[in-house]
Every structure is written in structure tokens, then in C-alpha cells.
Ligand binder design. Structure first.
Ligand code: ATP
Length: 383
């Protein structure tokens, strides 16, 4: 088991005459035994970072430490890290037993009895004990993935690196394996870095998540921190389904205003440079709909576009009357209103996330318990 420290890691690839910056000055401290998920859109640098940790890519700049030791230039076979890929990467001509024992047989001095003992233990944990004499072609996709995971466990490495390991499985099996992997990691306590572009996997599996965009770290924290206290509009939008509502408004002397909405906020809040352009973020679960009339500056009329019934709750998509601003609300059960009807929307001041419209950076977060959290701009912090 081992902590992983990434310091100012950069990785550039040549691309014709150009340079692709896949990872850009990434700093990250992964604690011993933590399950950390790298998440972000396609091309944000998740896999490249993972491959740098594994030693499969040379780094352009920066350092990587594993269990307190600098491994930046250490060959992959000497890092004692096990990787699990989306493609399973099993040897087709070998049995499950041979696939699982391969690394121990050729990369260590362990005897056959010890290796068989490790294989039996890992196969037991993965529930594939009866498949040990089969070849990969005779296994289902889910079973192949269990073998690939079993092969990683057998080695008892310092860390597991997993690159979209569940992507090839159907939705039901993926959900099952998600829970299974979490239980397994808890039992083994092995530091794990898991790459996915799926925000549900990130939110449900990670002790912590690292959200990347264009090779740069946007936020690193627990799923709850990143969801309730997003550091910018990108993180706010990336986490949560349906997505957060983002609406352009004005900030002036502690008041947030638009053509149809007005509320007080902390009077010390300003954007970088003091311009008044802000983006108000409201999670769909914080948008309240009713059939009454607006009776406060935080309430306004809207027209229902579509109602999506999901069983326990419904997503209601509305357009603010007289504007093109669209909002989504999550409503318990089956709401009474349907498409074309007028409703009154209420947004509680405590539920508002406020971002600088020019930089996207957060100015204020609504937190889970309803108390707001002010983020000072560097200028404010200096004064
Ligand atoms: P995905 O979810 O699609 O796998 P990712 O977040 O894992 O994406 P990376 O595979 O790390 O992203 O790629 C980051 C950037 O680096 C992309 O722009 C990609 O095109 C580029 N890149 C990755 N590997 C190479 C390479 N060998 N040569 C040139 N460019 C590369």
C-alpha cells in the first residue's frame, strides 16, 4: 500500500509541428489506501496521467512519488503497480489460472505453491474459482473483467490503476461491479486510481474525485465537496444529473438581479476586476415550483416545456416567462402540471451558487446545510 504524490506533472505530445499539452502542471496528493477517481470529458488527460503514474509514459516535467519514493524515472516493472484496462488485456492462449499467475511467475521469485495459493485466494474474492481452467474466449465479458481484476489482486501491488475497467459491460453488470469493486477495495485497502468519464461512477465510487479539463485539475475533493462546493462552472455542470441551472445575472453592491429576479447576497462579494457579470447556479433539486402567483422578488412565472416522469421523481423543464432562460426542476412524484402550463418558480437565496461570468470561478457556494460559503477573489483576500 502506498500514497501517490504528483508534483507539477506535465506531459506534452508532439503532433505534426504542434505540441499537444495532455497534462498541464498537475498537483495531486493521493493518500495511502484511498480510492481516487479521475473524471472529465474525453481528451482531458485522465489516461495520460494514469500512464505516467504507471511509468508507461515518460513525463515532460514534474515528479511522481510512490510510497515516499521518487519513481519518475523508474521503469514500470519496478514500480509494483497493477493496471486494469477497459480491454481486459488477457492472453487468449492461456487459461484463467495462467493469466492470473503470469506476473508472479515471471516477475518474482515466488514458488509454484505460493503462486497457486495467491491465485486461489484472488479467484475466491472475485468469484471465479470454478473458471480457472477455462480460456478467455470461453468466458462472458463480465467474467473476463473479473479475471483481469483477479490478475491485478494476485500480485498484491502497492497500488491499482484502473482505466475505464467497466465500460465494456452492460448497464446492470456495470452497476453490480461498481459496488463489488468498492467493497473489494475497502477489504484490500490498496490505493486505487480509477479513470472514468462517467460522473455517476465518480460520484458513487471515489473517496475523492479529481476533475480534469484540458489537462488541468479543476477540483480535488470528496464527491460531496465537489457537488456542493464546485470551484467553477465547469465542475458545477459536470457533476449532477440533470445538470445544474446556470443563468446570467448582474451583481451590484451585494444584490443579484436580472429582469425577473432579485436577491441580497454578501455585500463584500465582487467579481475579479469588479465587473458585474455573474452566473447564478441552482441545482434542479433547489428549484421549487408551485401554482400560486409570485409574491417575492425571488419568485417569477415560467412556462412548462416538458415533464419527464422517472417514477419516484420528475424532471420539469421550464422557460422563464418573457425570456429564453431555461430551468430544470426536480419534483417529487408526479407533478400536477403539464407542458404549456404556467407555474411559479421560487429560488431560495441559500441555494444559490454564484460564479464570475468572465472566469467561471466560484464567488459563493450554497452548502448542503443551507449556509453559504463565500470565496474571496484574490483582490478581496489581499485587502
Ligand atoms: P478519453 O476519455 O477519450 O480516453 P482522456 O481524458 O483519457 O480521454 P488522454 O487519452 O489522456 O485523455 O489524452 C489527452 C490528450 O492528449 C488528448 O488531446 C489526446 O489526443 C492527446 N494524446 C494522448 N496520447 C497521445 C499520443 N500518444 N500522441 C499524441 N497525442 C496524444
Amino acid at each position: 500500500m502506498a500514497a501517490i504524490t504528483i508534483e507539477k506533472l506535465s506531459k506534452h505530445f508532439p503532433d505534426g509541428g504542434e505540441t499537444v499539452v495532455a497534462v498541464d502542471e498537475l498537483d495531486l496528493e493521493i493518500d495511502d489506501g484511498d480510492f481516487v477517481v479521475f473524471v472529465g470529458p474525453s481528451g482531458c488527460g485522465k489516461t495520460t496521467t494514469l500512464r505516467c503514474i504507471a511509468g508507461l509514459e515518460t513525463v515532460t516535467d514534474g515528479d511522481i512519488h510512490l510510497a515516499g519514493e521518487r519513481v519518475t524515472d523508474t521503469p514500470p516493472e519496478d514500480r509494483d503497480i497493477a493496471m486494469v484496462f477497459q480491454s481486459y488485456a488477457l492472453y487468449p492462449h492461456m487459461t484463467v489460472r495462467e493469466n492470473m499467475g503470469f506476473g508472479l511467475k515471471y516477475a518474482t521469485d515466488h514458488g509454484a505453491d505460493y503462486i497457486e495459493e495467491r491465485i486461489q485466494k484472488a479467484a475466491g474474492m472475485m468469484g471465479i474459482g470454478e473458471l480457472l481452467d477455462r480460456k478467455p474466449a470461453d468466458l462472458s465479458g463480465g467474467q473476463q473483467q473479473r479475471v483481469a481484476l483477479g490478475r491485478a489482486i494476485v500480485r498484491d501491488p502497492k497500488a491499482f490503476l484502473m482505466d475505464e475497467p467497466l465500460s465494456n459491460l452492460d448497464a446492470k453488470l456495470r452497476a453490480e461491479m461498481r459496488t463489488y469493486l468498492q467493497e473489494l477495495q475497502e477489504e484490500l485497502g490498496t490505493t486505487t486510481v480509477y479513470v472514468t468519464h462517467d460522473q455517476t461512477e465518480a460520484m458513487t465510487m471515489g473517496d475523492k474525485i479529481a476533475i480534469l479539463k484540458d489537462g488541468r485539475l479543476q477540483q480535488f475533493g470528496t464527491p460531496a465537496e465537489c457537488y456542493h462546493e464546485p470551484s467553477n462552472t465547469f465542475v458545477a455542470e459536470f457533476l449532477g444529473e440533470p445538470s445544474v441551472n446556470l443563468i446570467e445575472m448582474e451583481l451590484d453592491d451585494g444584490r443579484i438581479t436580472s429582469a425577473y429576479f432579485e436577491c441580497e447576497t454578501d455585500s463584500s462579494l465582487t467579481t475579479a476586476g469588479g465587473h458585474g457579470e455573474v452566473i447564478v447556479g441552482i441545482r434542479p433539486e433547489a428549484v421549487e415550483l408551485s401554482d400560486g402567483d409570485p409574491s417575492a422578488p425571488t419568485e417569477f412565472h415560467a412556462e412548462v416545456n416538458v415533464v419527464e416522469h422517472l417514477g419516484r421523481e420528475s424532471n420539469v423543464h421550464v422557460t422563464v416567462s418573457g425570456t429564453s432562460d431555461e430551468l430544470t426542476a426536480i419534483v417529487e412524484g408526479r407533478p400536477a402540471f403539464t407542458g404549456g402550463e404556467q407555474v411559479t418558480v421560487r429560488i431560495s437565496e441559500a441555494a444559490i451558487h454564484l460564479f464570475d461570468a468572465r472566469t467561471g470561478d466560484v464567488l459563493r457556494n450554497a452548502t448542503a446545510d443551507g449556509t453559504d460559503k463565500i470565496h474571496r477573489t484574490p483582490q478581496q483576500a489581499d485587502s
